[in-house]
Design a protein around this ligand. Structure first.
Ligand code: PGA
Length: 250
């Protein structure tokens, strides 16, 4: 059985005071035992206060990125060990904004994923096509390449720590979502790829999240699709009422 998961990616939003305010509201809104596993990913500076504030709740704190090396002369970077030392054992890798603005490609992401797995962390691995790829009918192949480059060399045992997040770039922060049918079509394709390249068990046990303008008014329809196991939420996760409504959309 795979988990239903809703993860909020707060991106580069909220200073400490704003984070504390959002966390306060989130704790008020959140039902005690949500059906889905809930995660939030604040900026690096807010990871520890968020971890502290959410202690005793079921909400998991995730980082938005990490470096592939354990330590050393990598000015400005943060390692898996550093994340773990502040209670963070989940990390988002491969977000399209990291790929677009920070030149993260398949090769770098494979190293980051390996480092996370070596450190026994859980990875939310993001991937997805640009509008051009979809228009030219290359989206299925592109997604296959993104998965192959970073994940298909992993040992079977690593897959219990991998969550996939399909995020078509054209739907991120644009207000435009993939239709539930488009999401299902791609998620089915992804699950078939997992079955072919990793195995049946991994294919049926891996959670595949959809991301891209998920809002309270469309979450239910998207999450109802057979191969959609939840969502990675950007904009709407900054509003506690909206986020909790999305969490409760199964
Ligand atoms: P969005 O972002 O919900 O604001 O479209 C999704 C994401 O980037 O993960």
């Amino acid at each position: 059985m795979r988990d239903k998961i809703v993860a909020g990616n707060w991106k580069m939003n909220n200073d400490l005071a704003e984070t504390e305010e959002l966390l306060g509201k989130l704790k008020l809104q959140m039902v005690k035992d949500p059906e889905a596993t809930v995660m939030v990913a604040p900026s690096f500076t807010n990871l520890y206060p968020t971890f502290q504030a959410l202690k005793g709740t079921p909400v998991i704190v995730a980082a938005q990125n990490m470096h592939e090396n354990d330590k050393g002369a990598y000015t400005g970077e943060v390692s898996a060990a550093m994340l773990k030392s502040v209670g963070v054992t989940t990390v988002i890798l491969g977000h399209s904004e990291r790929r677009a603005y920070f030149n993260e490609n398949g090769e770098i992401l494979a190293k980051k994923v390996n480092a996370a797995i070596d450190n026994e962390m859980t990875v939310i691995f993001c991937f997805g096509e640009e509008l051009e790829d979809r228009k030219s009918g290359k989206h299925f192949d592109l997604v296959e390449t993104q998965l192959r480059e970073a994940l298909f060399n992993l040992p079977q045992s690593a897959w219990k720590n991998i969550i996939l997040a399909y995020e078509p770039v054209w739907a991120i922060g644009t207000g435009e979502t993939a239709s539930p049918e488009q999401a299902q079509e791609m998620h089915k394709h992804i699950r078939n790829l997992l079955e072919k390249n990793v195995g049946k068990e991994v294919a049926s046990n891996t959670s595949i999240l959809y991301g891209g303008s998920v809002k309270p008014n469309n979450a239910k329809e998207i999450f109802a699709k057979e191969d959609v196991d939840g969502g990675l939420i950007g904009g709407a996760s900054l509003n506690a009422v909206d986020f909790v409504q999305i969490v409760n959309s199964f």
